[in-house]
Ligand binder design. Structure first.
Ligand SMILES: Nc1nc2c(ncn2[C@@H]2O[C@H](COP(=O)(O)OP(=O)(O)OP(=O)(O)O)[C@@H](O)[C@H]2O)c(=O)[nH]1
Ligand SMILES: [Mg+2]
Length: 319
């Protein structure tokens, strides 16, 4: 889409504002990019050279595991260590997204007022261009602003949420006591993306059993000679185990090859996914414009052609 001179200027001034550390510019740019307003690609092009220094941590786990509470505690500890923190909460029911904060969660409220912390919620459904891409864009804007640690919270159910958390450098899986049976079920989708396990709510009975279950599962599934992911115990509510967790999260990866491969895979994934969007949009537009698709539909209705032959024929003209 062509952008006007003024639009171009205002994009540039927003990008400049983000780089200068202007919070309102960052908030506005995020909204405009999320809404895919004309020219957003130019904004993201301008942002990219200023990214690459943030550490991106994904936090996932079953609903109610304490992800948001833990995210706040982690953010609080990171600020104490001198970091600038961005939080992306991909979850409509998250306490981050509304006034749903309970009165007794004072600690959580506290981080809302810290100038070192910027919180942004993202709606789960209906994100233009896909949730993963939106998360990547928002992460990069925060990175360019100067946030050096970015936490992405998503519920570990549903493919979309898992795709989002896969955009992080490191993924932390939050488990809770009484979840022993679930640990086995986790294996399938989430296992291979988790770099670190946390048993939260360790103030409740049964934490050690869950830890043992996780170790057993890791033993079964890890390849010989590969480092196993750390398993830690926390109580976000009582602020226990948070310092150790933050130290582990901020430590350099013990497996730099895995980290490198992962990064390359993420980048390829992003390129393919953007390409898929663009190519599809382009083809669709063309076929609708020149009436080819209407003609194809007519042939199918008249039982003259099957959909596979139609697509094969249409693609012939394109490739
Ligand atoms: N006992 C105990 N309760 C906790 C702990 N951490 C969080 N909780 C409570 O667990 C409930 C859910 O916490 P959240 O932080 O909203 O959990 P979540 O995983 O973000 O939940 P969703 O985003 O809705 O999936 C709240 O009532 C918290 O106060 C903990 O360490 N111990
Ligand atoms: Mg939450």
């Amino acid at each position: 889409m062509k952008i006007t001179k003024t639009a171009e200027n205002s994009w540039q001034s927003l990008v400049d504002g983000v780089q200068a550390g202007n919070i309102r510019a960052m908030a506005r740019l995020i909204t405009q990019v999320e809404n895919r307003e004309p020219g957003w690609k130019d904004a993201m092009k301008a942002i990219y050279p200023h990214t690459g220094s943030a550490r991106i941590l994904g936090i996932t786990g079953s609903p109610g595991a304490g992800k948001s509470t833990l995210t706040c505690e982690i953010a609080d500890e990171l600020v104490k260590r001198g970091h600038q923190v961005g939080i992306i909460a991909v979850d409509p029911s998250s306490p981050f997204s509304g006034g749903a904060l309970l009165g007794d969660r004072l600690r959580m409220k506290k981080i809302f007022t810290l100038k070192e912390v910027f919180i942004r919620s993202m709606a789960t459904r209906g994100t233009l261009g896909g949730m993963s891409q939106a998360a990547r864009d928002v992460t990069r804007i925060m990175d360019a602003f100067g946030k050096d640690v970015i936490l992405i919270e998503t519920v570990g159910v549903g493919q979309d949420e898992i795709e989002v958390v896969k955009t992080a450098d490191r993924v932390m899986m939050v488990c809770i006591p009484g979840q022993g049976d679930n640990i086995q079920a986790l294996k399938a989708g989430v296992m291979e993306i988790a770099d670190l396990y946390v048993v939260n709510k360790a103030d409740l009975p049964g934490a050690d059993e869950v830890m043992a279950d996780i170790y057993a599962m890791l033993d079964l599934s890890s390849e010989a000679g590969q480092p196993t992911p750390p398993v830690l115990k926390t109580s976000a509510l009582k602020n226990q185990g948070i310092k150790e967790l933050v130290t582990t999260l901020m430590a350099d990866s013990t497996d730099s090859n895995r980290q490198k491969d992962k990064r390359e895979m993420q980048i390829k994934e992003e390129i393919f996914s953007l390409m898929e969007d663009e190519v599809f949009r382009h083809i669709r537009h063309r076929w609708e414009e020149d009436g080819e698709i209407a003609e194809a539909a007519r042939q199918m209705i008249e039982q003259k052609k099957d959909p596979y032959s139609i697509v094969a024929k249409l693609l012939q003209g394109f490739i």
